[in-house]
Design a protein around this ligand. Structure first.
Ligand code: COA
Length: 139
């Protein structure tokens, strides 16, 4: 059963301007521990790739906050919601701390997709109720 959907469109130029103004403190505020490493590597190689990475992650976190029906309000925080990638390239949501506890207590699972093109980055998140395990079904 689908619990919620969330979407966000992010202007890459706005992210670039904020990064210019506030420096890496901005990325530190938004990105989780795994994401910040990827961001630094990409930024060091090709600056625009780093900025686009930050923009897609920004969009994914906003989209997730909408899919859970809270917005950027506790237990949702920027750094507690990360987007990590499987070896296939498919992105996945990884949660930390109170947000992870809150989310798992509800038996929810999240699916995310991100994209970017020219000046915009976008993300879409679906949250569903995890199917019950067979062992949870009492006769
Ligand atoms: C949800 C949130 C992240 C949206 O971010 P934004 O960059 O300002 O706006 P966006 O254009 O990306 O999205 C706006 C849409 O988010 C949706 N939205 C707002 N609150 C939402 C919530 N709690 N859950 C899911 N979706 C929400 C609405 O559909 C809104 O569009 P609408 O006003 O035309 O219906 C942000 O507004 C937020 O954190 N809200 C919760 C805290 C808050 O301010 N609450 C005020 C009421 S007490």
């Amino acid at each position: 059963m689908i619990v919620g959907v969330g979407t966000d469109l992010c202007d890459v130029r706005r992210i670039a301007a904020t990064l210019e103004r506030r420096g890496e403190r901005f990325a530190d505020k938004v990105l989780g521990p795994h994401e910040i490493e990827v961001f630094r590597q990409r930024l060091a190689k090709v600056e625009l790739r780093g900025i686009r990475y930050l923009a897609t992650r920004f969009a994914a976190k906003e989209a997730f906050s909408k899919a859970i029906g809270r917005g950027m309000v506790w237990p949702m925080t920027w750094r507690a919601c990360e987007v990590v990638k499987a070896t296939s390239g498919q992105p996945h949501i990884r949660l930390h701390g109170e947000l992870a506890t809150w989310f798992e207590a509800r038996g929810w699972q999240a699916h995310v997709s991100v994209t970017d093109e020219s000046d915009y980055a976008s993300a879409f998140v679906v949250v569903e109720q995890r199917p019950l395990d067979a062992k949870d079904c009492k006769p």
